[in-house]
Design a protein around this ligand. Structure first.
Ligand code: OAD
Length: 247
C-alpha cells in the first residue's frame, strides 16, 4: 500500500510511543466525540462529564456511563487495535508504550500489554470516600455504593480533572524514537500537546486520521484515512523491514 520511502524506518530496538483517540474505536462501533453524529452533539460535557455534574446529579451521570459500559461490552477490537498489538510483540520488551484517551478496553482485548489509560477505564469504579478502585462491568440501577458507604463514581477522567500517567508519559515522549498518533482530533489538552512535545524533542512523528487534526502541522508523516485500513499495512511494512534487516 505504501511507497517504502513514504514510511519512516524503524528497527527492532526503536522505542515507539503511540497515542490513540476515539477514531481508532470508531470502526468497532463506538461513537467518537466531535465527528458528525458524535457524542458531544447529543450531550453537553458539562452535564455528564465534570465533577460538578456528578455532585449535582449523580443519577444522570451514571445513566450515561451505564449506557457506555453496556455498549463497550458488545464491541470487539478492529484491525487497527490488532495491528498495534502485533507491532508491540515484535519490539524489544519495554520499547512500546500505548497511551490511550479511550476508556474502552479494546486495546487490551486486542492483545496490547503496555497500555496507559490516561482518561481512565469504563470497567473501573472508584469510591468517592475511601478512593478504592475496583473492576466491574455491572450495569447499576441508580447510584452504586462502596462497602465503606461512599458513593461510587466511574474511574474516568472528567473535564477539569488531571489525566492519569502524565509524568510517565512525558518521560516516554522525550525518550522515544517515533511517536504515532491515531484517531484523535488534536483538540483536547494535554493529549493534544504530546505531538508537539515529541516533535520538539527530535522524535519522528507519524499521524493516522480520517481527516487532518488541529495539530497536523507537527507530523513528519501523515496518513489520511480510516485507521482500520491504514494501520495494518503500516505495521506490515514495518515488520517486513524488521524481518529482512534481521535488526
Ligand atoms: P474526537 O471525537 O475529538 O476525534 C476523533 C478523531 O478521529 C477525529 O479527528 C476523526 O476525524 C477521527 N476518526 C474518526 N473515525 C476514524 C477512523 N475510522 N480512523 C481514523 N480516524 C478516525 O476524539 P478524541 O480526540 O479521542 O475526553 O477526543 C479526546 C477527548 O475528548 C476524549 O478522550 C474525551 C473527549 O471529550 C473526555 O471525556 C475527558
Amino acid at each position: 500500500m505504501f511507497e517504502s520511502q513514504s514510511v519512516p524506518p524503524i528497527s527492532k530496538s526503536s522505542k515507539i510511543v503511540v497515542l490513540t483517540g476515539a477514531g481508532i474505536s470508531a470502526e468497532s462501533g463506538i461513537r467518537t466525540f466531535r465527528d458528525a453524529g458524535g457524542m458531544w452533539e447529543q450531550y453537553r460535557a458539562e452535564d455528564i462529564a465534570t465533577p460538578e455534574a456528578f455532585d449535582r446529579d449523580p443519577e444522570t451521570v451514571w445513566e450515561f456511563y451505564n449506557e457506555r459500559r453496556r455498549k463497550a461490552g458488545e464491541v470487539q477490537p478492529n484491525p487497527a487495535h490488532r495491528a498495534l498489538a502485533r507491532l508491540e510483540e515484535h519490539l524489544l520488551p519495554g520499547n512500546f508504550t500505548l497511551i490511550t484517551q479511550n476508556v474502552d478496553n479494546l486495546h487490551r482485548l486486542a492483545g496490547s500489554k503496555n497500555v496507559l489509560h490516561m482518561h481512565g477505564e469504563l470497567s473501573k469504579v472508584r469510591c468517592t470516600k475511601c478512593a478504592n478502585v475496583s473492576e466491574t462491568m455491572e450495569l447499576f440501577e441508580g447510584i452504586p455504593y462502596c462497602d465503606c458507604g461512599g458513593m461510587l463514581r466511574p474511574d474516568v477522567v472528567w473535564f477539569g480533572e488531571m489525566p492519569m500517567f502524565l509524568e510517565e508519559t512525558q518521560n516516554h515522549l522525550y525518550m522515544c524514537d517515533l511517536f504515532l498518533a491515531i484517531g484523535t482530533s488534536g483538540h483536547v489538552h494535554p493529549a493534544a500537546g504530546f505531538l508537539q512535545t515529541a516533535k520538539s524533542a527530535g522524535v519522528v512523528t507519524v499521524g493516522v486520521n480520517l481527516e487532518e487534526p488541529a495539530n497536523v502541522r507537527y507530523f513528519d508523516f501523515f496518513f489520511c484515512g480510516k485507521a482500520g485500513g491504514i494501520l495494518p499495512s503500516l505495521v506490515d511494512n514495518w515488520l517486513e523491514a524488521l524481518s529482512t534487516k534481521g535488526a
